[in-house]
Design a protein around this ligand. Structure first.
Ligand code: ADP
Ligand code: MG
Length: 358
């Protein structure tokens, strides 16, 4: 049975803003669902409804078989504290309490205080050495890890995270994403709002909102070919920028299981790893070329032909590159007149259609 079933969910704010309209989907236990979409598309509204922080205008949310709309205010509060752990963009720690006290406070709301357990929760997020630090004495990544320990203290059925890395620099983002990755492997159910396609790709499924409507759901396969392509792309771009393709340099890929993915790529004959450097095999080189070509042609198409803005074109190209076949890639290339560069001026590797065109 699904952990969460949502049907026809709509939210109309006072003043007439339709933040959500007729949204329906389900979440399986143990699943990691990424909620994506532009700013204002209803992501936070959806998460707040799921977590019982707000009520819907119409539609149903069944959580563990219980319909949230039928709960009394007191039952809502109980639902929130017992079933859901929240992680927000602004960590929401109490500034004058230590890390340990912040977690103890959360326990207090669950009518239990067990210091040993709170300690273990902080150790579990790698903060055993920061128990008595105040939030201001912690890095942003450490503060978010305290917030995650706090969210986990009651072993909630669902972890809801609203742009949990939105206030973090890349290094801290990687640490926090690794932690979510670990929670997922341990079987937690995660619903996470994110703007970041790289993070979105870590999830099992990606749900896309646009103007409050469900614009699509992408399912990832075991194979995770997109991760493979992503790493190929990263290595390609390092080389293009005359940087040595060290594993450590793979931009922001610390959030992925880089080692594991590279090992599988090596098994499939796509790369070789030598002295912590990633080298393409001829097969990998060819595939990386194709990926770059598809991606940059898609970027051109979206920027030039559909006049999307730069970041929007990049985002859309990111999703699009994985679904276009070689034939369609060549057709786009011909349509665009075999362009030599992407909108950022980087070279588009030529394809068979280009050489025929002379
Ligand atoms: P997102 O998280 O995707 O950026 P939100 O769910 O926060 O989007 O907002 C969706 C829409 O609802 C936006 O147009 C926003 O301005 C509006 N909105 C959000 N909260 C309220 C509120 N409390 N009252 C009125 N309008 C709101
Ligand atoms: Mg939001």
């Amino acid at each position: 049975m699904a952990l969460i079933e949502i049907e026809g969910l709509s939210k109309l704010y006072p003043g007439g803003v339709r933040a959500l309209e007729d949204v329906g989907f389900s979440v399986e236990p143990g699943e990691w669902l990424a909620v994506m979409g532009p700013s204002g598309s209803g992501k936070t509204t959806l998460v707040n409804l799921l977590g019982g922080l707000d009520t819907a205008t119409s539609g149903r949310i069944l959580f563990d078989g219980i319909e949230l709309g039928g709960l009394t205010p007191a039952e809502y509060t109980r639902f929130r504290t017992e079933k859901v752990g929240f992680v927000f963009q602004q960590f929401h720690l109490v500034p004058y309490l230590t890390a340990l006290e912040n977690v103890l406070l959360a326990q207090y709301f669950h009518s239990m205080t067990d210091e040993a357990q709170a300690r273990r929760a902080l150790e579990g997020v790698g903060l055993g050495h920061r128990l008595n630090h105040l939030p201001a004495q912690l890095s942003t990544g450490e503060q978010q890890r305290v917030a995650i320990a706090r969210a986990l203290i009651n072993q909630p059925r669902l972890i809801l995270a609203d742009e949990p890395t939105g206030n973090l620099d890349e290094e801290n983002e990687a640490v926090v994403m690794q932690l979510f990755h670990k929670l997922h492997r341990e079987g937690h159910t995660l619903v996470m709002v994110t703007h970041d396609p790289v993070i979105g790709r870590l999830a099992d499924r990606r749900l896309e909102l646009q103007h409050g409507r469900l614009a699509g759901i992408t399912i990832y396969h075991e194979e995770r070919d997109e991760l493979v392509d992503h790493l190929l792309q990263e290595v390609w771009m390092l080389r293009e920028g005359n940087q040595s393709p060290e594993i450590a340099k793979l931009r922001r890929t610390a959030v992925l299981d880089v080692g594991g993915t590279l090992a599988r790529m090596a098994e499939r004959g796509l790369v070789r790893v030598e002295n912590s450097h990633v080298l393409f095999t001829p097969v990998g080189e060819e595939r990386a070329r194709d990926v770059m070509r598809r991606y940059r042609l898609a970027e051109r198409l979206f920027r030039d032909t559909f006049a999307l803005g730069d970041s929007e074109a990049e985002d859309t190209a990111c999703k699009f590159e994985h679904i276009i076949s070689p034939e369609v890639t060549d057709r786009i290339c011909r349509f665009l007149g075999h362009p030599g560069t992407c909108p950022h001026g980087n070279p588009i590797p030529p394809g068979a259609c280009c050489s025929r065109a002379g």
